[in-house]
Write a protein that binds this ligand. Structure first.
Ligand SMILES: Cc1cc2nc3c(=O)[nH]c(=O)nc-3n(C[C@H](O)[C@H](O)[C@H](O)COP(=O)(O)OP(=O)(O)OC[C@H]3O[C@@H](n4cnc5c(N)ncnc54)[C@H](O)[C@@H]3O)c2cc1C
Length: 402
């Protein structure tokens, strides 16, 4: 067993750290406070991230990307998120979809969509599954015919006609390319009726509605959009009819680890800030780090971060080598990292005392940001239930092929 980073991983870590500290960190706090979501989208940073190779980190080499491993994406994601979680999420949504570019698209689909995505230095991708009546139920824990996904796809000659509404979508209403789920038959469970379609944002009938306003990941958008008689060429279906669950379970093995790595970055930033503060702030005649009560909190924070990072690296490594345990380890890493990061942020507000909630310090932002991943990418309850199912071989374990 070797715990050291490869030369290449170390190189990407340094590229991302420099980008995060020089470009993102200095303005992250002030941009977070811009009132409207539409005015917060960091188009300039996306462009600069393209120049640094970060936007296309997962894109296959033959199309001009870096085609990096999931572990490298986790390393880069942690660095970016230590400066701003929202920006890291914008990039991570591109990396997650790059797995689909690489492994789930047909050669024809690759030629049709990837060069365009690469050529536009502000292009991003998104996956639209969640709807008003389906949230946790698309996480693979429930599969009844009464499942609430109402977006439908009806075959019409050489096309499918899509109708429905998607909400909460990361990069939603700002991305240029969407992977959208729909049902081909609303009398059948998702495992049989679900399909995924590739939908460029300029397709007639694709209507961006609004950005959700929110307290976390404020530089990333969560969009609500509608599909209104949206005609999609049949060749834009991914893997074929009824393959939604297969696509998510087989072709996105690193997505939970990547999400976990970003929230870990927030925890790390909170820990670093609290550590510096504790070494400078004096109360009771000494630096507060010299009070054991504070020192113990810092030790606990360091342990939580280290433990979560090990879980993430393990999940990423398993996904990279194609191990069957990658999915369950990804769920474990997502739950562990989000809970660890949230607790670290909470402890950092305690170490700062009153300063912990003041806008002069970034800690209140870290706490808001960390809260998002307790439920984003599947609530921790659902992820945990799926862990038990996977370990016990029950219900959704079979659905997801554990
Ligand atoms: C920041 C952010 C980014 C997101 N990005 C995307 C995206 O890019 N694409 C996308 O499609 N979606 C996205 N989502 C949606 C996300 O996947 C859902 O919010 C999540 O799956 C939970 O669904 P819900 O919000 O409808 O909560 P609900 O499903 O309504 O859950 C409410 C509560 O009930 C519990 N619960 C629900 N079902 C069960 C059950 N069977 N057993 C036990 N407890 C249960 C949950 O654990 C939770 O505590 C995003 C959400 C957020 C917050």
């Amino acid at each position: 067993m070797d715990f050291s980073l490869s030369e290449n991983q170390h190189k990407w870590q340094l590229i991302a750290r420099e980008f995060a500290t020089k470009i993102v960190a200095p303005e992250a706090l002030s941009r977070d406070r811009i009132p409207l979501a539409k005015d917060r989208i960091p188009w300039d940073w996306i462009k600069l991230a393209d120049e640094a190779g970060i936007r296309t980190l997962g894109v296959p080499k033959k199309f001009g990307g870096a085609e990096e491993s999931i572990l490298t994406m986790c390393i880069v994601g942690e660095e970016l998120a230590a400066a701003d979680l929202g920006f890291a999420v914008i990039m991570d949504q591109c990396w997650k979809m790059a797995h689909l570019f690489k492994d789930a698209m047909t050669p024809e689909q690759q030629l049709k969509f990837i060069p365009k995505f690469v050529a536009d230095n502000q292009a991003t991708t998104a996956i639209g599954i969640t709807e008003p009546d389906i949230g946790s139920d698309h996480q693979g824990y429930y599969d009844g015919a009464d499942i609430g996904m109402k977006t439908t796809a009806v075959r019409d000659g050489d096309s499918y006609i899509l109708n429905g509404t998607k909400r909460y979508i990361s990069n939603g209403c700002m991305a240029t390319l969407y992977f959208i789920t729909a049902r081909l038959d609303t009398t059948k469970p998702l495992s049989e009726s679900g399909a995924v379609f590739i939908v460029p944002s300029d397709t007639a009938g694709f209507r961006a509605d609004f950005f959700h306003e929110k307290s976390s990941q404020r530089l990333a958008t969560n969009g609500c959009f509608h599909l209104e008689n949206c005609r999609i060429p049949a060749e834009n279906i991914m893997l074929g009819e009824g393959k939604l669950i297969a696509l998510r379970s087989q072709y996105m093995p690193g997505s939970k680890a990547e999400a976990a790595a970003t929230v870990l970055g927030v925890g790390r930033a909170a820990y670093d800030y609290a550590m510096s503060y504790a070494k400078e702030r004096r109360q009771g005649g000494k630096f507060i780090i010299e009070h054991q009560a504070v020192s113990l909190m810092l030790a606990r924070m360091a342990m939580l971060i280290d433990g979560a990072r090990l879980q993430i690296y393990k999940a990423a490594w398993l996904a990279d080598v194609g191990d069957k345990d990658a999915r369950v380890q990804g769920l474990i890493a997502k739950v562990q990292a989000s809970e660890a990061a949230f607790e670290v942020c909470r402890l950092s507000t305690e170490i700062l005392g009153g300063a912990g909630i003041m806008f002069e310090h970034p800690v209140e932002k870290y706490l808001r940001d960390a809260a998002s991943f307790l439920h984003s990418d599947g609530t921790n309850q659902i992820c945990s239930l799926r862990v038990t199912n996977a370990l016990s071989g029950l219900n959704s374990a079979a659905l997801y092929g554990f």
